[in-house]
Each structure stands twice: as C-alpha cells, then as structure tokens.
Design a protein. Sequence first.
Length: 558
Amino acid sequence: MISRLFPFAYRAALVFAVACTSACVAKGEWRERPATGRREGSEISPRDIEYHPRGPAARRYNEALRPARLETPFEERVAALVLAQSAGTLSEGISLDRRLCAVAKEAARLAARELPLDYAAVELALSHHGLIEPSPYLIVLSAAAIPEEEDVVLDELRARLPQGLATGRFTRLGVALEQGAANAAIVIALQESFVCTEPVPRLAQLGEVVSLRGKLVSPFREPQVLVTQVDGQVQKVPILREDGGGFRAKIPCGDKGGRLQVEIVGNDASGATVLANFPIYCGDATPPSVRLIRDSDPPVHDAAQAERTIFELANSERRAVGLSELAWDDRAASVARAHSVDMRDSGVVAHVLPSTGSAADRVQRAGIRTPLVLENLARAFSPREAHLGLMNSPGHRANLLSEAATHLGVGVALGRDVAGRAELYVTEVFFRVPPKLDAQAARSAARKALAEKRARAGLAELSVDPELDLIAQEHAATIARGGSRESAAAVSARRVEALAGRFRTVVTIVAVVGDPEDAAATEAVKERAYPYHGLGVAQGHDPHIGDGAVFVVVLLAK
C-alpha cells in the first residue's frame, strides 16, 4: 500500500537553505530543516519544545471552505508565481486553500525558529486545520530578511518550481511567510486530493457512530476504509459502495475514550494507495501536543545499517503487543533492496512497476514459495521517520503486526543528499513459512474456522459425518504426499458411491492454503443445501506455497 507523497528537498547555493517533507510512503512527514548556521543575534532554540498548533481547531474535516486570504504582498507574489507556473502541467487548475495556508504557516513558524519540521507535527497540523489527505509537498525557503531578498527568493523559486510541479497532480496550494528574530521562512505547500467526503467530525462522543460518506476521484477505484482502534488493533470497516466510486461507512467510537486512526484506500495501476489518513478523537480524548527534538536522528550513510534498524523497530513493535518476532530473511531483503533501487532510479514509488510486476511476482522469481506476501513502502530521511509513518497508517500497521507473517526482509536504497542527509527509499517484504502442524489439531482448527465463518454468515453449522471424514482425510493425505490428484479424486469418488444409500449428492472441494484456518475461505462456507460434511487436512509441498502447504478437502453431502 502506498500514498501520494512528494519529498522535495534541496540546498540552494549561498543565500538559501531549502528543504521540504521527507515522505514516508505510508504517510508524509515533515523532516527537520537543514541547519544554515546561526547568524549573529539569532535566537537560540532549545533542544526540544512542546508544539501546539495555533488558532481554533476545525470541528469537522472537509467543512465548506471560506476564501483563502494571504497576509502579505510577498505571499501574494509567491502564490501568483506558483499559479502561473502550474499552467500547462498536471497541476493546472490548482487553487489557493485556506486550510493548507494555515498548515504552511505552522511550518513557517517552526522553520523561522530553526525548529524541526517533525513527522508528528505535520500530522497534528493537518488534523488541527481539517485536512484528511496525506502530507503536502513542502518547499521551505530561508532568507536573512524579507522584503530585502524578495526578488532573489522568487528567482530561486522560479527555477525550482517546474521540477516540483511535474511530480504530481496538485489541486491545492498553501503559502506562508514568517519573519523570525534573524531568519525569514517562506513555505509553499502543494497537495493532491483524490477523495472527496462530506464533513466528518474530528471529535466524537463515546458511543457515537461517525458517518463517513465520500467518493474517489479518477484514476482511483475500489474504496476501502481501515481503522486503527483505540487498543491498536486494525479493522477493515464494512462499506456500502455507490455508483461512480462513491462509498459509505459507519465508524463507531465505542465506549472507551481515545484516538481512532482512519484510512481511506483506493487502487490504481500502481496498486493500493492511501488517499486519506486522519484521526477521530473519541470521548474526552484530546489531540496531543508534540515534543520537537533537534538532531534526534543522525544522518544515514550505511544502507545496511538502516535496514537492520528498521527491522529491529518492527520487532520492537511486535514484542510490545505480544507477537512473535519476525525472522530476518536474506532472500526477501534482496528482493526489497532491488525494488528500493528501482524506485529510486525510476522516481516511481509504487508496489507495481512495469519492469518487475507486483511484490508477489518479485518474491516468486526469487524462489520464495509462500502462502503470504505483504509489502510496505516508505520514503524518508531516517529509519525512525519511515517506521513511524508506517505505524501511523492502519494498512501498513496491519502488515507490520500481522500474526500470519513469520519472516521479513528490509531493503534500503540511498537517494540524493539533502543538507547532509540521504533520502531513504525503503521496502519491507513480509512472508510466511507455515510451521509443522499436528494433523488432528490442524483438522480441528480448520473445522472451527469453517463453523465460525458460517455462523457469522447466518448459516447453520455443518454436521460431521465420520465416513465422509475418513474419505476426505485420505484424499488430503494422498495429494499432500505428492500423489496424483486425479487418482486421489477417483478413489474418493468410488468410496463415496458406496454411500449412495445414505446421500443423494456429494460435492468435493479441494484447496491448498497456508493455514488450516484458511479452510474458511473455501466455497464450503457458503453452501446452504448440504447439511453434512467430511473434512480432511494434511501438510505437504506445493510449488507455489512451498513446504508446509496445507491441503484441505471438504466433502459436502445431502
């Protein structure tokens, strides 16, 4: 899963230090502005500071917009330049957005004080001002003073803007200027939006059910809504799909106060993409302040070390919630590393690339046989930024905390250097090696999963027939040992014929899965007309799943 994020960071010669978002593909991040060297008389910033957004907080996301107003003539000159240069690009039609101007102002205040533009700060600022989309593409310019250096700043911006505008289909623009004690900071924020919603409450009462109604914008389709609950569990919310990409969902606050993280996902040619990621605060929960810490992440010079750091951060999260640690896998790391290099070299951050296909394709070509492949992508300026962005995204968090995953490979490619920090392209590849199963326990687990899935669907529990059980088990054991599927089916058919006096019709379902519980995904879960069943489960080798594949045979009878 990815999101539309736009890192834009460079150091201009002499007068300027210029930086912008680092971007985790799960969710965008502001990164610390490169140090420009203190000028005489500049204020001394503390090592850390408690950050609170200024101004009244939005009551609801995506309220009807009031016209945007800029505070200074220079901001108006900057905005006019951006709008003029957007003509003829994918961002033609971009317009000034009051909320995005407010977020840009937050960034400018921090940059003017030489404080970090931290990941958590941008999350809080976006929520505070009522925006649900992933982080904007930020351009942060520093100058000694405005207006003395206005023309120089505009010349630099004029040279750099085409590169930035070419990276996305931006619809929103925010501009802000802040004059500090010794430095002026100018921030230009550009944002894409591929989802429209009716206003959504930012704060909700305990027990309240929040209605979410929206519509995806082309080229995105197949909307999904994921929520990280107060207890940290991720749930996929049932949605009602409407014509033209529309959807509706209900998000209950429950009876415990706290924060829900809501994510809207769509699909296009590059795969699943995060189009919105925003918090809803339930009960007496209040949006937190953020402690900004200067120089908390050292620059990365060793990609291998960054890979191991991200791997350890993932396992730390799993230990914290009682999950088993993932094992490092060199083959998966090679797959991940190659994909990160491809993304860096092509400039395309996506799960599906024309040259290599999907994550499953890449894993298969590497000779990894597994029933499960999960992939996370990130682009950031430190391992911590990448990891925090992934954990803040419900979909990526679910991958990191998957109970089914057993192995992980992390690949990092170092990109361009930005003020002494290398840009990191990060790929995480998770997969599963099924454990050796006890045959009887595996059959019990499969039967239980099948019964539970039928119960949730409102279907009656299937009655176990001992004779059908024996036939199904022998069928499963034969094909798990590598025997001919056609011969196994023929033997089962002859044995079933002997039961013609008891059953009028018997249907055979054969599946190869990664876990016994996956038997609940077979067609048996839907059948209403067949009240009796036999179940066989055996473990063996499958060319796609590998060793440890689970062969399931279900006989349904009436």
